[in-house]
Design a protein around this ligand. Structure first.
Ligand code: HEM
Length: 443
């Protein structure tokens, strides 16, 4: 990395001299251990070798905060996220910066008001109730796949106002998966048979699909997000073009889909391992109505702490990726223009200085008495922070709680004693085996 300017008093960021295969494997297999080793060797910040070169990673909460809050506007999201997913999710909100980002976010935010969220909750409940009740029972039900199919269908219904035949929903799902997988591919050229070429084909499928439905959405107002984007306008009357609507829709569907699925799957995993928590959560669900209203959500105190703990242990979005657009610094370390930076949730979520026994599943750490998440503003950062903080965090939480509430009311699930899942960190962190559980329908 470039040396700090003479007399600046800034320190150079250190890291491994050369990318090593064992390091890369450890990063992929056990990122918590990798972070701990980097911290022990290099201190509060270091660089790692990622696809496309070095990525500076703050290893302290204040460093992550500096990147997320970006107080002096030295970091941009588009060049960094764009490098990874730009080919497939271009012109999504996270791929915009500064004034343009603010303008688009102001319009998009109107789709996530409390009134709209109440409407989405009412719309999604019948489908969730019907679909969760019909989950198969058996010894090896792969919950990841069941939950993924369900969240995509909910997203298609709530976002697009469409109920698609299974084959068509599967085709769209595959297109998303191909786009997401392509983002972290090492071969970044559309050679036949590569992840990249499947991603390119996936994007074309998604665009064609959105454009096909766009005229109907422009023509009439319906309660879905697609229609909302077609009719929203900012205070000064600005509206989204057709291309804006399509680009935002594709990004929103992607942003909403895997993240919520991973959170629910993680909750299901820890509840299968810690059945006393499953019993507690079920008891609370039974005290609350099966059909919930928006103001019922805060009453899910047990589910809420389980969700927060699951998001801590397995944050679905591994990093907040940025690129320095001019020379800057993080915690007194020199960051030259052009440096790619990633503030990783795992760095803080497993930091023993912020959390007691950080590898343990312990939802009570979020109780008001213990409030470990308040040990630092960025101790718990699954939704990021600053101007790019997740716009769908309330939508995501209401969907997750609704699905888990229904699952608790209709099913019981366990994993064999001693079962430990293995996560695949090559894209977003998902269990390699799809989390096979013994799922029993409750009478
Ligand atoms: C548990 C579920 C979710 C998690 C953990 C999550 C996480 C995140 C994170 C960490 C970011 C910030 C990335 C960065 O700064 O680099 C983000 C941004 C974003 N999320 Fe989420 N997300 C979730 C659900 C959703 C849902 C349901 C939607 C849409 C309905 C959504 C839409 C977005 C959008 C549009 C952005 C970009 C915001 C901006 O650039 O201003 N997310 N999300």
């Amino acid at each position: 990395m470039a040396k700090p300017p003479a007399g600046s008093g800034l320190k150079p960021v250190q890291g491994p001299a050369l990318p090593s295969v064992p390091d890369l494997l450890l990063f992929r297999k056990n990122p918590q251990q990798y972070v701990a080793e980097q911290r022990a060797t290099f201190g509060d910040i270091s660089f790692i070798a990622g696809p496309g070169g070095k990525i500076v990673t703050p290893l302290s909460p204040s460093g992550c905060e500096a990147v997320a809050l970006n107080r002096d506007k030295a970091f941009a999201a588009e060049p960094a996220w764009g490098f990874m997913i730009g080919r497939f999710f271009r012109r999504g909100l996270l791929l915009m910066d500064f004034d343009e980002h603010r303008d688009h976010r102001l319009v998009l935010q109107q789709a996530f008001t409390t009134k709209n969220l109440e409407g989405y909750l009412q719309q999604m409940q019948p489908m969730i109730r019907e679909r969760v009740a019909a989950f198969p029972s058996g010894d090896r039900v792969r919950l990841l796949h069941e939950l993924k199919e369900l969240t995509l269908d909910v997203a298609l219904e709530i976002f697009l106002g469409l109920r698609l035949p299974r084959a068509e929903a599967d085709r769209i799902n595959k297109a998303f998966v191909d786009c997401v997988d392509a983002g972290l591919a090492w071969v970044r050229y559309p050679l036949p048979g590569t992840k990249w070429s499947r991603g390119v084909a996936g994007r074309a499928v998604l665009e064609e699909f959105m454009y096909e439905h766009l005229p109907a959405k422009r023509a009439t107002r319906t309660p879905d997000l697609f229609s909302a984007l077609c009719h929203l306008s900012s205070d000064d009357g600005r509206r989204f073009s057709d291309q804006d609507v399509v680009d935002h829709m594709i990004f929103l569907l992607m942003a909403a889909h895997d993240t919520s699925t991973i959170t629910m799957t993680t909750m299901a995993y820890y509840l299968a391992q810690n059945t006393e928590w499953q019993t507690r959560a079920r008891a609370q669900s039974r005290e609350l109505p099966a059909e919930i209203a928006y103001d019922t959500l805060p009453k899910f105190t047990v589910l809420d702490s389980i969700m927060k703990e699951s998001l801590r242990l397995n944050a679905p979005v591994p990093g907040l990726f940025r690129e320095a657009v001019r020379d800057t610094e993080i915690d007194g370390y020199f960051i030259p223009a052009g440096t790619r930076v990633s503030a990783n949730a795992i760095v803080n979520h497993y930091n023993p200085e912020l959390w007691s026994d950080p590898f343990r599943f312990d939802p009570e750490r979020f109780s008001p008495e213990r409030a470990e998440d308040k040990s630092h503003k960025f101790a718990w950062m699954p939704f990021g922070g600053g101007v790019h903080k997740c716009i769908g965090l309330y939508f995501g939480q209401l969907e997750i709680k609704t699905v888990m509430h229904n699952l608790l009311l209709t099913h019981e699930w366990t994993v064999p004693p001693g079962y430990r899942w293995k996560l695949d960190y090559s894209t977003l962190p998902v269990p390699k085996d799809g989390l096979p559980v013994r799922l029993t329908t409750l009478s």
